[in-house]
Design a protein around this ligand. Structure first.
Ligand code: 3HC
Ligand code: NAI
Length: 707
């Protein structure tokens, strides 16, 4: 058998072993389902073969359909002729032997087999909903028959990966091998054992678990109600529920038909296209096209953090959560103790919520070591500085780190806007310095901007990216520019939302528009959560550096009044004691109206669409400027940053993908119109003009080489 064949059949005595070999994850690319069917038929036709094993070569069983093929209009085999149907109708038993992942179509194939065996590290799931579709290979019909509609709904609507031991308990797997056992041999043993068993144990024939739906007819409505907030504006989760409902009502073949109809409604939906785009954008962001290939990241075994405040604490937790011991220092023992207390309290909240076990909390805490000073962290492989956002505070810290850290240690700053080169210049090892910009809360938010200083060595950047992935982040490379990529592209949005107030909007109106669009919270409510004083400090710094800086008198006024947000009980909204619910505040309305009158801004009303576009187009324009200056690699990186840094709704793809749906020319025309109306702050960037002139999509925009 040739090594390049996607699927092959080997004979092990009376057992035929069908091996799928389509690296890296054995997706069901063209040729794979056909190959499985061909091997199956060959095995069935061969009287010397009594049973078969289906297994994946390389690191996984089958990770599902080939996502790149969706939306291309490829004809699919009709019901009855698909790989799932052929397996289901097989006359000889087939054992699915699972390692790595059995996801989507991969699990659906396993469900159409007669026995499922896995290694303990395997994971199974039906994650289709996460790319805007539903399991279209019988998963919505077979899984409820196998494990009951409730457990099936939970898996199909969440898309979560289920570890093998849990999958065994649920009844998805028939057997989990002991640690270290040989999967192929174990599966062959099972196949030998069940070779003669008749009738074949088929999921399609199981009816007992389906009956649970009759006993609890409200479960589907309850599921719909429970996802209403999370799944707003989306169709896939609801079609998933409808499909499972059909499984409980219809015979399997009719249920499969219904599944197909519900699948067809989704495949080319805006939601599915956006989610597919996001999936690939998240993988593309890891590619660093201008760095030499073959540089291995440095090994990071221990870490240190300077500054035990909001961010330092969260960063230390991020290390501890992923098994990396971390030492933490602060300028005073009191600040350090406060920081440790906060860390403990954060973990305790997770334990209280049930998302973390007490013993795991203790294990994580035991990895975080508060220590006295620089000498105590000197031998760490990496140190992240997270002290106050002031150059004059950070510079001495960098000098001290340079003097004390062992040679080869990497020195990173968590600054959110300051010049990384200036920090690097304080050291004698600028090649080992870069920015690692976490987002708040640092132990929760997935985005990590890796900021590239002029002198940062490729190995430093590659290590920062790899380290980010190791601690569960999605790292994205950013150039060294004020605010880097995420915050810089977001800054005009932050200004525009306050300028809208000057023109007649209210915070609650803007927030409603953005929540309806899909953000979990409106931007004013987020501002109150983050603290309005933080933004004010940045504005003061920028205004001092730039005489043309557009000030935001309303926001400044609130800060002047001590309305810093939730922490002071009032900001853009007012808050009841001990409650985080924002309440519109007539006092804020008064300040807005008075300020607008003083500024002489004519008042008018706004449509929701206009509000949305005012905020997002301003950022699209800035993102173009960032690409044009070579501060980001690609528009899709900006999208990844908005998805994971700012809670941009994933089913809209990201800022630039969303703008592409409107069309680059329409975006340009509107921006140019606002340029005429409002002046310089809306001047279209050169890249935007060029894209509009050539009809090039944002996602295809060529960025300048990164500097
Ligand atoms: N289709 C096409 N390419 C895929 C793929 C898929 N289903 N799954 C992974 N890949 C590609 C990735 O794009 C990546 O390519 P690259 O190296 O060129 O960037 C490569 O495989 C490796 O993937 P990851 O970097 O994500 O590898 P990990 O080890 O981190 O994760 C994984 C592996 C958990 C399998 C993850 O890739 C994943 O979640 N894949 C998608 C799984 C999925 O959604 N399956 C359902 C598909 S829809 C379906 O089956 C429909 C059916 O119901 C009819
Ligand atoms: P913070 O004020 O909560 O914490 C700063 C900590 O640094 C304090 O505990 C302080 O005692 C300590 N510190 C100050 N000077 C020190 C010194 N010389 N040596 C040792 N420790 C010292 O501030 P926060 O919010 O944690 O910010 C830290 C950094 O993270 C800043 O650069 C900030 O811009 C950045 N950042 C903040 C985000 C946020 O949302 N708060 C988001 C992303 C980045």
């Amino acid at each position: 058998m040739s090594e390049t064949e996607l699927v092959r059949l080997d004979r092990e005595g009376p057992i035929g072993v069908i091996t799928v070999n389509n690296p890296p994850v054995n997706a069901l690319s063209p040729g794979v389902p056909e190959g499985i069917i061909a091997c199956l038929r060959e095995g069935e036709a061969d009287p010397a073969i009594a049973a078969m094993v289906l297994i994946g070569a390389g690191r996984s069983f089958i990770a599902g359909a080939d996502i790149r093929q969706f939306g291309k209009g490829r004809p699919r085999p009709p019901l009855g002729q698909r790989v799932y149907d052929v397996l289901d109708a097989a006359a000889k038993p087939v054992v699915a032997a699972i390692h790595g992942y059995a996801l989507g179509g991969g699990l659906e194939i396993a469900l159409a087999c007669h026995y499922r065996i896995a290694v303990p590290s395997a994971k199974v799931g039906l994650p289709e909903v996460l790319i805007g579709i539903l399991p279209g290979g019988g998963g919505t019909q077979r899984l409820p028959r196998l494990i009951g509609p409730k457990a099936a709904l939970d898996m199909i609507v969440s898309g979560r990966h289920v570890p093998a031991p849990e999958a065994r308990t649920l009844g998805i797997l028939d057997e989990v091998l002991p640690e270290g056992a040989d999967l192929r041999a174990g599966a062959i043993a099972v196949a030998t054992r069940i070779a003669a068993a008749r009738p074949l144990p088929r999921v399609r024939d199981k009816t007992d678990r389906i009956a649970e739906a009759a006993a609890d007819p409200g479960m589907f409505d309850a599921m719909r109600a429970s996802i209403a907030r999370r799944a707003r504006n989306q169709k896939a989760p609801y079609n998933c529920i409808l499909a499972v409902e059909a499984a409980c009502r219809l015979p399997l073949d009719e249920g499969l038909k219904r599944e197909q109809e519900l699948f067809a409604e989704l495949e080319n939906s805006d939601e599915a296209r956006a989610l597919r785009y996001a999936f690939f954008a998240e993988r593309e962001v890891a590619r660093l096209p201008d760095l030499p290939e073959g540089i291995a990241p440095r090994e990071i075994r221990t870490a240190a953090v300077v500054g035990a405040g909001t961010m330092g604490g969260g960063i230390a937790m991020s290390f501890a959560d992923y098994g990396i011991p971390v030492r933490i220092i602060d300028s005073t023992p009191e600040a350090l103790a406060r920081g440790m207390e906060k860390i403990r309290a954060n973990y305790a909240t997770s334990v209280k919520r049930g998302s973390l076990k007490q013993d795991e909390m203790e294990r994580r805490l035991a990895r975080i070591h508060p220590v006295g000073g620089y000498a105590d962290i000197a031998d760490a492989d990496v140190v992240i500085e997270a002290v106050f956002e002031e150059m004059d505070v950070k510079k001495p810290v960098f000098r001290a780190l340079d003097q004390t850290m062992k040679s080869g240690a990497l020195i990173f700053s968590n600054t959110s806007a300051l010049d990384v080169d200036q920090l690097a210049a304080e050291t004698n090892r600028p090649a080992d310095v870069a920015g690692t910009h976490f987002f708040s809360p640092a132990n929760v938010m997935k985005l990590l901007e890796v900021v590239r200083g002029t002198k940062s060595a490729p190995a430093t950047l590659i290590t920062a990216m790899a380290l980010g992935r190791k601690i569960g982040k999605i790292p994205a490379m950013a150039g060294n520019t004020d605010g880097f990529v995420a915050n810089r592209s977001r800054a005009p949005f932050n200004s525009e939302m306050v300028i809208l107030l000057e023109e007649g909007c209210l915070p609650e109106q803007v927030d409603k528009v953005m929540v309806d669009f899909g953000y979990p919270m409106g931007p004013f409510a987020v501002g109150d959560l983050a603290g309005l004083d933080v933004g004010a400090a940045g504005r003061r710094r920028r205004a001092a550096a730039n005489p043309n800086y557009r000030t935001l008198p309303i926001a400044d006024k609130l800060v002047e009044m001590g309305r810093f947000g939730q922490k002071t009980g009032a900001g853009w909204y007012r808050y009841e004691k001990g409650d985080r619910t924002p309440h519109p505040d007539p006092e804020v309305t008064r300040i807005i109206r008075e300020t607008a009158a003083r500024m002489g801004v004519p008042q008018r009303s706004f449509t929701d669409e206009e509000i949305l576009r005012r905020l997002l187009f301003s950022s699209v324009n800035e993102a173009c400027r960032i690409l044009e200056e070579g501060k980001a690699y690609r528009a899709s990186d900006v999208d990844v940053m908005w998805l994971h840094g700012f809670g941009f709704p994933r089913y809209r793809g990201g800022l630039m993908f969303w703008a592409d749906q409107i069309g680059v020319k329409a975006v340009y025309d509107q921006i140019e119109a606002w340029h005429q109306q409002y002046g310089d702050r809306w001047a279209p960037s050169k890249l935007l003009r060029d894209l509009a002139a050539t009809g090039t999509a944002f996602r295809d925009a060529k960025a300048a080489p990164m500097v």
